[in-house]
Design a protein around this ligand. Structure first.
Ligand code: ADP
Ligand code: ZN
Ligand code: ZN
Length: 665
């Protein structure tokens, strides 16, 4: 008799990952790792994934597998191993990891009931499938060739190597990726290219589709479930071998993987914000180790942790320090908003930015105005009693959206009409403070009636393909000025953008997270990098109240290394990553006291179970940054240290707890 370790396909919280079943002789040959089976579970019959075969079992009452569902393993063998590594690294239930790897339609469908053919097709897929002139690879520069060399060797020898490609915006990183992919395809291997969700522009997909016609699969959130499942099957069968997608595309079932690209590796979009809380760059590296594929993490502003790893030898470092055109990066002019206020200018745009906008428009250039907050006013204050209007479910201020005459919570989605009196004291003197993109748009329209303006933020991109359409209109020069949040900051390569105005550089700086400096530096560098990609000279104007903050200062000189050096010292002094790993455990409950007590108890129990030799600290508990969210109170404690996994066995797993290993903002 032989046995199989099976992971049940269920959303239920299970006490363990694996359940053992006996393999009846009649299906002996078909029970392979990665196939789905039908098994009795409690009083029900459910689907499960076989992860390994066993010759013996210590379990007493073992039930037999009822049936094998798949003719061939649904999960490739290395994905079964990958799932186990992810579960171990992130202290996540194995079943949830496997669920995250597969499109829901694939999980729930059995071979017999398959049917592929969606009615309307997403713009992203249209772009990938459109007939167009194939593009020819340019001759790589010496710097690009040097950067590509370790990847090409890795692909030729089928030995995993990992590279951090640190290249300024417009330095030709994408051509390095394309060269590596080309080399892989020539050897009959496939490729996965990860981009942050917001970088999935038509331009980006066109560029890949023109280089590798008929081979591009697209996986991102704008696809329907049916489209996602269809793409997945075409990848699995080898029909499409270059996968371009957002973070979960790292799980694309490419049969013979040659290279994995993680572009803009510092993007927070790579961290999954629900279980399993993986980081796609980390998973890409695991995948490379398992398959022998080359892995390249690219960015103009890598996470300092990644840069530190490269210095320690864990990644090879390749640099592209100059723009491909040889032209310098656009100069960044700093406007101190304190001076502007002192001079009596109450407009969101400084006098220099107003002048620059006018000049840019007069010479037929296009401009981008970046403000990382949406809405009209980001706080509504009562001028009589000082109370701020807050969400009734969450401990955050409501944001005023004048266009829909509402006050919205950006965390839980609550929408209430703008009150005409203060809920606390009844005063009618309510005033909006703090500016979002909606108000900025109105002010710029009033100031420059002749300017054709588009706005891109989460409010204007609600409908499917809205992002694509706005981008296309701007690219075709149907608009002169694009106002937007971080959605406009990344990936765009538009030659006619001659002015970038950073309306408030400080908006992400005061976030209570140790990474806020890094996030600010990265965002400023990225958005500034949208300017000056064409032949015309370009300018960047950065408005700030804190010109002396090191993240702002180094961004204005495009000086990543000085920023990283200073940031790494801060991390070392405070014992934050990369000098330690973190694991945040959060307990959520409708009662604040109950949440606090549970968190206190769990933190104490954990401290009691750790040895001094483990080198781990337990910090807290404290209320979470969003103490109250969707009507629930949240308390958390943080485990900090090098060998963080020593704590995993002792972490609370009961309902209400969430565990976030290597948290990201
Ligand atoms: P990045 O990904 O670093 O922002 P890209 O690869 O998009 O840079 O390159 C910037 C621009 O330079 C693109 O328009 C690209 O087509 C062009 N380019 C890149 N490499 C070369 C090359 N070797 N020869 C000519 N043009 C190039
Ligand atoms: Zn009041
Ligand atoms: Zn809320």
């Amino acid at each position: 008799m032989s046995f199989a370790a099976v992971v049940p396909e269920t959303r239920a919280l299970l006490p363990r990952d694996l359940y053992t079943y006996a393999i009846p002789e009649s299906i002996e040959h078909a029970v392979l790792p990665g196939v789905r089976v039908e098994v009795p579970f409690g009083r029900r019959s459910i689907l499960g994934y076989v992860v390994e075969r066993q010759d013996t079992t210590e379990q007493g009452d073992v039930k037999p597998i009822a049936a094998v569902v798949d003719d061939a393993p649904l999960l490739p063998g290395h994905h079964v191993v990958l799932a186990r590594r992810i579960a171990a690294h992130y202290c996540a239930p194995l079943g949830e990891v496997i669920r995250a790897m597969l499109p829901s339609r694939i999980r729930s469908q059995t071979s017999a009931s398959r049917r592929s053919g969606p009615r309307s097709v997403s713009r992203a897929l249209e772009e990938a499938r459109a007939e167009r002139e194939p593009s020819v690879a340019p001759l790589l520069t010496d710097a690009q060739r040097a950067a590509a060399a370790p990847l090409l060797e890795s692909i030729a020898q089928r030995v995993h190597r990992r590279v951090l490609l640190h290249g300024v915006t417009g330095s030709g990183k994408t051509e390095v990726y394309l060269a590596a992919i080309d080399a892989a395809l020539q050897r009959g291997q496939g490729a996965i290219v990860l981009v942050p969700e917001i970088a999935l522009t038509p331009q980006m997909i066109q560029r890949f589709a023109a280089r590798f016609p008929g081979r591009i699969a697209v996986l991102h959130s704008a696809l329907t479930e049916a489209e996602r499942a269809a793409e997945w099957r075409r990848i699995r069968s080898g029909d499409l071998d270059v996968v371009v997608g957002s973070r979960s595309a790292v799980f694309a079932p490419v049969p013979s993987l040659g290279v994995v690209v993680v572009d803009e590796e510092d993007s927070s979009a790579y961290k999954q914000d629900r279980v399993p809380r993986y980081h796609a760059a980390e998973v890409a590296l695991m995948l490379g180790e398992l398959t022998g594929a080359a892995v390249v993490l690219g960015s103009a502003t890598p996470r300092v942790e990644t840069y530190f790893r490269a210095h320690g030898g864990d990644l090879e470092l390749a640099a592209l320090p100059a723009r491909i055109t040889g032209r310098p990066l656009p100069p960044i002019e700093v406007v101190d908003l304190r001076d502007e206020l002192a001079a009596g200018n109450r407009s969101p745009l400084s006098l220099s930015l107003q002048r620059a906008l006018r000049e840019c428009h007069e010479t037929d250039g296009q401009s981008i105005l970046f403000l990382n907050r949406r809405g009209t006013a980001t706080v509504l204050l009562c001028r009589t009693c000082g109370a701020a209007l807050t969400c009734r479910n969450c401990s955050v201020s409501l944001v005023h959206h004048a266009s829909r005459a509402s006050c919205d919570c950006h965390y839980c989605g609550l929408t209430v009409p703008l009150p005409d009196a203060c809920p606390a004291c009844g005063s009618r003197a309510i005033r909006g403070m703090g500016m979002g993109t909606e108000r900025l748009e109105n002010e710029v329209r009033a100031m420059f009636p002749e300017l054709r303006i588009l706005r891109m933020d989460r409010d204007t991109t609600q409908s499917r393909d809205a992002y694509f359409d706005l981008y296309e209109r701007f690219r075709r020069h149907d608009a002169d000025c694009m106002i937007g949040t971080q959605m406009v900051a990344k990936g765009w390569d538009l030659g006619n953008v001659r002015l970038v105005g950073i309306v408030n550089a400080d908006s992400s700086l005061h976030f209570p997270d140790y990474r806020s400096g890094e996030a600010t530096f990265s965002l400023l560098t990225q958005v500034a990098g949208r300017a000056g990609r064409g032949d015309e000279p370009a300018r960047v104007i950065l408005q700030t109240y804190t010109p002396d903050h090191y993240a702002v200062r180094h961004a204005t000189t495009h000086d990543y290394l000085s920023f990283a050096r200073q940031e790494i010292r801060v991390r070392r002094d405070l014992r934050f990553p990369p000098y330690a790993r973190l694991c945040v455990c959060t307990f959520t409950h409708r009662s604040d006291t109950a949440a606090e007590q549970e968190a206190r108890g769990a933190a104490l129990r954990l401290s009691g179970r750790l040895d001094a030799g483990d080198g781990l600290d337990v910090l807290g508990p404290t209320p979470a940054f969003l103490h109250r969210l969707r009507g629930q109170f949240r308390w958390q404690f943080t485990v900090r240290g090098q060998a963080i996994e020593r704590a995993f066995a002792h972490l609370p797993r009961e309902r209400g707890w969430s565990i976030d290993v290597d948290p990201a903002p």
